[in-house]
Design a protein around this ligand. Structure first.
Ligand code: BTN
Length: 266
């Protein structure tokens, strides 16, 4: 069990992780964090669980993770972000998680739009962001992060697209040290984005997600669209060059078709 006291020991953050709820078992850390935030929990509050019985993934999917082998946690943010830049927040979080994982393991973790983390072409971590609005304004965001750490076999429904850090390191990873590294990176990146402007995340994200020029397919309102990524807008949307012209993708899932050319740079 990851105890709040162990996690706090040596945690180099000023606000993130100041309040930690460490749970044995919960339906979803995001759901729990949402109710804490609705009751006024401070920015930086962390909820971490050994086991989720109804872990949520993006696009209404489930997030499956073996008990005690991985990291499943949520972080409460109260960002002051202009509505048109809201799609940059997931990119910034992805960059922070990639840096945190790289720092702790030296593995070449990189990003896939909008906020998946890949390790040698397979998914090693996922992020689910849930924004809650009140009177038309963003009240808070719950950032849910699932990292495949020490799990070495995956259920058929996610295999063979999933991997874990331990599979690549061929050794178990200390989950507490890893979580500290990710939280430190999240606070650093979030503070930098909040003060310098959220658009400043784009160069770092592009560096970690060399998607420009790759061929992808994307689900757009139920139809599959295939094309070449030609850029990212200043608001963080993906621009896709298709036979029918340019399409802009604000949300959704993409599949990289030529994974070979999408090699990490480190
Ligand atoms: C994805 O589909 O890639 C996003 C997965 C997000 C999973 C994490 S695990 C902790 C948090 N609580 C949840 O219920 N989901 C997120």
């Amino acid at each position: 069990m990851i105890s709040a006291a162990d996690l706090k020991q040596g945690l180099k953050c000023s606000r993130f992780g100041e309040r930690i709820h460490s749970l044995e078992r919960i339906d979803s850390t995001n759901t729990f964090a949402r109710s804490l935030a609705a009751d006024g929990a401070a920015e930086g509050t962390v909820v971490v669980a050994e086991e989720q019985t109804a872990g949520k993934g993006r696009q209404g999917r489930r997030w499956l993770a073996n008990r005690g082998e991985n990291l499943t946690f949520s972080l409460i943010l109260r960002p002051s972000i202009p509505p048109n830049f809201i799609n940059l927040l997931p990119l910034g979080v992805a960059v922070a998680v990639a840096h945190g994982l790289q720092h702790a393991t030296s593995l070449p973790v990189y990003c896939k739009w909008p906020n998946d983390l890949l390790l040698r072409g397979k998914k090693v971590a996922g992020i689910l962001m849930e924004g809650v609005y009140g009177r038309g304004e963003l009240d808070f965001v719950v950032v849910g992060i699932g990292i495949n750490v020490n799990q070495v076999t995956f259920p058929v429904e996610v295999n063979p697209r999933a991997t874990s850090l331990a599979l690549h390191l061929e050794a178990p990873v200390n989950r507490i040290a890893l979580l500290r590294s990710v939280l430190e990176s999240l606070e650093e990146e979030y503070d930098a984005m909040s003060s310098a402007g959220f658009q400043n995340i784009l160069p770092a994200w592009l560096e970690l997600a060399p998607m420009i020029g790759t061929r992808i397919s994307a689900d757009m309102h139920g139809t599959t669209v295939t094309g070449m990524v030609s850029g990212v807008t200043p608001e963080g949307a993906l621009v896709l060059h298709t036979e029918a012209g340019d399409r802009t993708l604000f949300a959704g899932d993409v599949t990289i078709l030529d994974m070979e050319s999408h090699a990490p740079r480190n």
